[in-house]
Every structure is written in structure tokens, then in C-alpha cells.
Design a protein around this ligand. Structure first.
Ligand code: 3PG
Length: 214
């Protein structure tokens, strides 16, 4: 898969909802009901971070949920790419980008949303053909003003800002012309998942799905 094709694919995913939930799954029993609640609330695109022992199994479980499109986050190595693909991930997300990781995703036909934190990183990815990128860590990197500033000289790159995005600042990101959607974990609070409060999570998803976009 070329970087151009990966970018087109991820742009389509980013247009499905204003938020891609970033999920850390600790208990495999919660994976499916969590995905069902988020999809029912209007958030079909889900990122499961490869940060827990059950993450790959969680992707397998969530991939069964009708209407959901499940990807793997925190991809760092070619081995992560192979494992994510084998678990059924439909897309990948990485905090940054290395040549090895980019090549592995291109070889495996896994559309990667690669992370960039600076203009140079965004330019380097653009040179390779990635026009859709993750701005990470968004708030720590200067937030909305920084992303807006990057958009002035490099308008052809569109972003999914992630990291410190909240219901409060999400509308400001979503109003930027170079933001397609945002990523964030706030729709799956740890206590709600632990308490299996799926109704609360569905409601949080519904509110996020209703965030206005430019
Ligand atoms: C992460 O690193 O887990 C993601 O960037 C999500 O960050 P958030 O918890 O600030 O939304």
C-alpha cells in the first residue's frame, strides 16, 4: 500500500466521526461491550493501543462488533505491525514515525496514521506521501495555536490531533482547516470501564459524535 493510498483511507476514516477514541484495554472481558457502547454512541472508528497484554485480543474481540472499524495504536516496530494486522486491525496509529515502521505498514497494507510533532516531521512524512498525520502530543506541543501555525505553510497536510484533547478544547481543534478529527481517551474513563457503566460511555460517545466540525 502506498502512503497516498494509506492517507486516503485514513482521511475517509477521520471523516466518519469527530473523535477517534484512544482505548487502553486492561480486561479482555470489557473489550466487546466497550466497543459496542462507543459504536452505539456514534463513534465507529476505534484505536486500541498496544500497551497492555490483552491489546491484540481486544482488537480481535472488537473487530467482531458490527459497525466498528478497529485499528491498533502505539505501533512502534515492524513486529507490532505484523501482530496488529494478524489481529484484524484495519488501520494503524503511531506516536511518531521511523522509516522501518513506515515501510512495514506499507508492505503489510496497513494504512498508517503516523505521528508528527514538528513542521520538519510533517514535511518529511509529506515527502513520502503521507498527507494525513497525527499531531502528537497535541496539547504539549502548543495545542491549537501550534497546529494552526503549521497549517499556514503546510496546508496540504491534514491532522488528527491527539494527546490532551478534551471535550473543552476539541471544538477549537475541529474548527481548524487542517484538522480532520481528533483523538482522545475521554470517552472511556477508567472508572466507567471498571464499573461496566456502558450507558455512561455511550452517552459520552454520543456527545463527542455531536461535536461540530468545520
Ligand atoms: C495517548 O497517548 O494515550 C493518547 O494520545 C490519548 O491521550 P489523551 O489521554 O490525552 O486523550
Amino acid at each position: 500500500m502506498t502512503p497516498q493510498t494509506a492517507s486516503q483511507s485514513n482521511e475517509a476514516l477521520c471523516r466518519l466521526a469527530p473523535l477517534i477514541p484512544v482505548l487502553v484495554v486492561d480486561d479482555i472481558a470489557t473489550a466487546r461491550p466497550l466497543a459496542e457502547a462507543l459504536v452505539a454512541g456514534g463513534l465507529p472508528v476505534l484505536e486500541v493501543t498496544l500497551r497492555t497484554p490483552v491489546a491484540l485480543d481486544a482488537i480481535r474481540e472488537m473487530a467482531q462488533v458490527a459497525g466498528g472499524i478497529v485499528g491498533a495504536g502505539t505501533l512502534l516496530t515492524p513486529q507490532d505491525v505484523t501482530a496488529a494486522k494478524e489481529a484484524g486491525a484495519k488501520f494503524g496509529v503511531s506516536p511518531g514515525a521511523t522509516d522501518r515502521l513506515l515501510q512495514a505498514c506499507e508492505d503489510a497494507d496497513l494504512p498508517l496514521l503516523p505521528g508528527a510533532a514538528t513542521s520538519s516531521e510533517a514535511m518529511r512524512l509529506l515527502e513520502r506521501g503521507y498527507t494525513v498525520q497525527k499531531f502528537f502530543p497535541a496539547e504539549a506541543n502548543g495545542g491549537v495555536p501550534a497546529l494552526k501555525s503549521i497549517g499556514a505553510p503546510i496546508p496540504q497536510v491534514r491532522f488528527c490531533p491527539t494527546g490532551g484533547v478534551s471535550p473543552t478544547n476539541a471544538p477549537d481543534y475541529l474548527a481548524l482547516s487542517n484538522t480532520l478529527c481528533v483523538g482522545g481517551s475521554w470517552v472511556a474513563p477508567k472508572d466507567a470501564v471498571t464499573n461496566r457503566d456502558w450507558a455512561r460511555i455511550e452517552q459520552l460517545a454520543r456527545e463527542a459524535a455531536a461535536l461540530p466540525r468545520s
